[in-house]
Ligand binder design. Structure first.
Ligand code: ADP
Length: 420
């Protein structure tokens, strides 16, 4: 049997006078609207929305009641949540668990005489079926809901649950954003600390190293003058190791600067052929005493390139030093020519050697930080940073480094840089 509510009763029953309150938040307003909608759809005087978190249910919104008075009705929500599913109690006078409830037995504390006589409730569930709260509608007449009303109640409960999930996701997002901001701030602080540390470390290590190198040079001269030639190999070892350490420090500082941000580039017109000849002069000492032929092949009319000369020198020196280091005997060549790609012109610096070469499956590892692709027992030295830094510089200059190689036959590293 369906008992239709009487509109005039709905108007007077259980309704407490509204008190002025602080303006509700957008969230409070949304839940209050849902509660009001529930009273309208079900034609009942009171609706409550209560939420559960970890503790007991808390009143979130109500319609038809002053907020302070509404808390007296919270036990109906607790009851409905304990039921764990949508429920409809058409006459509370005959419900063993609720018949003795003061609001059922004696009526509203406001003294208007109306008693709570029927209850309809739907749980608010998240996607995983967890109960987040309840939408509870009370009437002061015994009644059953119509089919439309039942569906309306469930739809409103779904909406309320969605709103809770949305709020939760927004809260999680805000927490994630805050955590990210904190992590970023910490990362910036430690990056700054790292920069300062590296700058100091570079200075602290380079200063005594330069003193050691200066002393080694002095000792070499004095040993030669005093006819103590037997000391020269040891002095050379000090000198070589010192220079190696300087190179390692420079590599690590370069990498740190690259990671700290894009380094300042100073583009200027650089005459290509003289620069290549300068490279030849720079590597000549490394060729001395080695069974290596050196070739410099320059295409006529190379002209100028607009680039950062220091970075270009650094890349070429690294490629040439590697070619010499990894070629026990044979030939090392620097060939420079112009290459056209569409309407762009590039200068191609190719460093070729007939050395130990690189296995095809190792080629992709070459440009990684600290990567050395040959057995360390060969003791070639180095840090495995040169190519990684060189490629980053090349890319910053608008170009790239490409490589092809054959194990046991040699390698060709080509630095391509845009001419303009
Ligand atoms: P480093 O030479 O300091 O180890 P690089 O980044 O310059 O660092 O080179 C990385 C690795 O690539 C080298 O350790 C070597 O295994 C390989 N490699 C580089 N150039 C050559 C070359 N010309 N021939 C053979 N192997 C090379």
């Amino acid at each position: 049997m369906e008992l239709a509510p009487s509109p005039d009763l709905v108007a007077q029953r259980l309704v407490a006078p509204e008190r002025p309150a602080a303006a509700p938040s957008e969230r409070e307003q949304a839940f209050a609207d849902l509660a009001r909608l529930a009273t309208a759809v079900l034609g009942a005087p009171i609706a409550l929305i209560a939420l559960v978190d970890d503790g007991p249910p808390l009143l979130c919104a109500s319609a038809g009641l002053d907020r302070d008075d509404a808390s007296a009705y919270l036990s109906f929500c607790t009851f409905a949540i304990q039921r764990g599913e949508a429920c409809e109690l058409a006459d509370l006078d005959v419900e063993p668990q609720l018949a003795d409830h003061p609001l059922v037995a004696f009526g509203s504390p406001l003294g208007d005489g109306s008693r709570v006589r029927s209850l309809a409730a739907a749980p608010l569930c998240d996607r995983d079926g967890r109960t987040l709260g309840v939408l509870c509608v009370l009437d002061d007449v015994p009644r059953r809901l119509g089919e439309e009303q039942r569906r309306g109640l469930l739809a409103l409960a779904r909406q309320a649950a969605q709103r809770i999930e949305l709020d939760r996701r927004e809260r999680e997002l805000a927490e994630q954003r805050a955590a990210l901001a904190r992590a970023r701030a910490e990362a910036l602080t430690s990056a700054r600390a790292k920069d300062v540390f590296l700058a100091n470390m570079g200075h602290e290590l380079r200063t005594p190293l330069n003193a050691i190198l200066g002393c080694a040079e002095l000792l070499r001269e004095e040993a030669t003058a005093a006819g103590l030639g037997q000391l020269l190999p040891d002095i050379q070892t000090v000198d070589r190791s010192g220079r190696h350490l300087v190179a390692v420090i420079e590599d690590i500082l370069d990498l740190a600067r690259l990671e700290a941000g894009v380094p300042q580039l100073r583009r200027e017109p650089v005459a290509v052929a003289p620069l290549a000849e300068e490279m030849e002069a720079a590597v000549r000492p490394q060729l001395r005493g080695r069974p290596l032929r050196w070739r410099l092949a320059l295409e006529p009319g190379l002209g100028d390139i607009s680039t950062d000369a220091t970075k270009l020198r650094q890349i070429l020196l690294n490629l040439l030093s590697n070619a010499i280091k990894f070629t026990a005997g044979g030939e090392v060549e620097l060939a420079v020519r112009l290459v056209r790609e569409g309407d762009r012109e590039f200068v191609a610096f190719r460093v070729a050697d007939t050395g130990i070469g690189i296995a095809a499956d190792k080629l992709s590892l070459l440009f990684r930080d600290f990567s050395q692709v040959h057995d360390r027992r060969h003791n070639f030295g180095g840090t495995g940073l040169g190519l990684a830094i060189s490629r980053r510089f090349a890319r910053l200059l608008g170009g790239d480094i490409v490589v092809d190689s054959e194990l046991g036959r040699g390698s060709r590293f080509t630095l391509l840089l845009p001419r303009a």
